[in-house]
Write a protein of this length. Sequence first.
Length: 721
Amino acid sequence: MSGRARSRATRRTTAPARTLCPSRRGRGSAGGSPTPRPNGSPCLLAWPCAWIAHAARVPGHVITYAAAAAAALCWVTWRRHARRSPHPRLAAAEAALVAAVIGGWLAAAVTWGPTANMLTWIYLAGAAGGYIWLRRHEAVRAARQRRDDAAAWAARKAEWHQTAHLIGLGDFHLQAATPTLLGEELLLTSAPGADPASRIAASGSAIAEKYAHLRGLPYGRVDITATDWPGQLLIAVRTVDLADRDAAYHPMTTPWPDADPSPFTEWFPETATIRDPVTWGFCPEDGSPLTFTPFSSIGGRVIGVIGMTGSGKSNLLNNAREAFTRMPDNRLVQLNGAHMGDELTWEPLSALTICGPVATDEKVRDKIGQALSALCLLVTQRSATLADTGHSTYQPTPENPAVSVVIDEVDEIVKHVPGAGQALEFLASKQRKSAVCLLLATQRATIAALGGGMVRANMSEVLVGKVTRASESRHATGAETEIPDIREYAKGEPGYFQDFDPHSGTVTGRGRAFLLGRPPEELAYMKRIVAGRRHLRDWSIPDLPPLTPADAQDTPQAGDGVSQEITGMRARLARIAQAAKPAPPPAGPQPPAVPVPLAIPQAEGQILLRLLASPEGTTAAAAGQAIGKSKWTAYDYLTVLKDQGVAELTKAGRSSRYRLTSETHERAVRPAGYVTLAALAEAVHAGRAGGGEAAEVLEKVWEIGQRPRLTLVPPPEGDSQ
């Protein structure tokens, strides 16, 4: 359930119960009864009353005075009710006019008789005309509609109670049914003593399957979630397949590819600010916007975008770039560790763009490392100005803008750029007060792919799309909480994401990202947007430290103290990056002369054998860092070596440690052709080797080795001294 649906349910439950269930007690109730109005009784009684009053010779002026009083009373009464009634009613002037017409006819009929001067025909024509007029009046139509709705709602509640016990929700009562663009949402409340709603929502897949079976819907069309109030459930039913709905184009797409104008134009003003939420898509249920917040009242935020290849991450990132470039108080920085198509398209509107294959291009690796160092230094410099301004958070302006850093393929950068993980952890934990926003995109939400546990721990929002496994959502949450699989919702269609809030542990929204052009020409559409904006402003960052070659970072520059401070800070960051490089395997013993199992690559196997040959052995985490693999891959390799008898487990538990077995260790620590002194002495004594002065020495060694040795045995513990 989206956060907007949850808020709608919350608003509904705060209202009185009678507004949720229209009353069937008849007229006069506040829930859904028809509006009080002039009915047929005055018309039916007017003629006989006039005949009786005329026969009794009642003066006509008395009836005239009574008609005037009745008209005034109707005006006052209907005016008071119109102010308090939430429903359409007769206007006060209309009610007074009806009373005046009826009173005038009665005064004439009492004076001259109801049959004189065609008064009877006037009476019949007026009654028929008044009936037709009332039938067509807005207030009467609304009252009849409320009456029909009340009857339909009573039938719907009866239908629910006929099927609720079949799906295990017999103790839950239907309180509201809200239509959506895809189906409807049912709000349920439990009776006292029923099972907790949170428990049912946590294991609601079976109930959802039963309800979908009763409604004749396929899998994935029914969701059962809890609301913010105890004892309440919200059942979202989608009768329309999302695969049948076309993707929506971004309103800034030029030229517009559809014949009809975009219904989302009002969400995208020509200019925005970094303090505004960034709209990246729409919710199919109610058509509401889906947003993420790059800058809050307490500073910049870290946003994660997780999704496998083909999930639509590029569309979402392009929506973010379009929004960032509409903000005069924001600048865009782009980093990509694998490819460069979208980044080069937005490069004219970017303060810094570095992209390319970091795995094979050393220059790109160096530039991305320098860019991360410069951003770290920018965060440090801006934090120094907070004491002067008196603000706890850096306040961005067009002259001193915020910085939005969009990093795609973060896992490639972390894997191949030395020190990138430490730099990302520094940015994720320190960028908030410096008005720096991070938008990190990768295919997996693991710690190794994001740059470290500090990065994931400081994420403010995570947009999770289509992933390989449903359990992948646990990596995004950083706990045992699982996000519902978006594939069941979207049926595998690309571009669908759900917004997960790590602070509350809930999904606050889900929907589809906008397209910035008609496929496969999205880049051409985006180039038109870039061409229209590139001359609007200076796209550089005023206080961003310049990127310098790595060999010049340690050289102090002549000049003012600020330049020297920048240079020193950059040198410290360079040393941090150098220290973050994986430590080489310890020098010393060579790998033992044993074959590496076929299940382990030869290069990684030789490194593992070298680590196992050390006196302290190795752990799976250290082995994974040495071979450039994950901890679990190294654990699998060590298990294979253990099964082959090459390694043994010396310490079990959370930090398991492995080392070579005793036999393998003998071969590992001895160089080729090595013979112990005892073995050589025995060979000389047997006459198989040696001669001369060395033979006499070795003979004495053999004799000493054959002497008996005394062993000190401690006394038993129970013996007395």
